[in-house]
Write a protein that binds this ligand. Structure first.
Ligand SMILES: [Zn+2]
Length: 57
């Protein structure tokens, strides 16, 4: 399983996501970013930052 904690990229956010793979993490984190943080475009830099903080659990 993979795990991503939003606060690793956006300080102060305590949302966390788990999924079978990175695609599953992004499938949850992208809508969360849009609704919780007003991120309407996931730039390559943001995707890389998220990917850097996805941990295997
Ligand atoms: Zn968040």
């Amino acid at each position: 399983m993979k795990r991503f904690t939003c606060g690793d990229v956006i300080p102060g956010c305590d949302a966390a996501f788990t999924a079978a793979d990175e695609d599953g993490i992004f499938a949850q984190a992208v809508p969360h970013g849009a609704t919780a943080h007003g991120i309407d475009e996931v730039t390559p830099e943001l995707a890389a930052a998220v990917r850097a903080h996805i941990h295997t659990v």
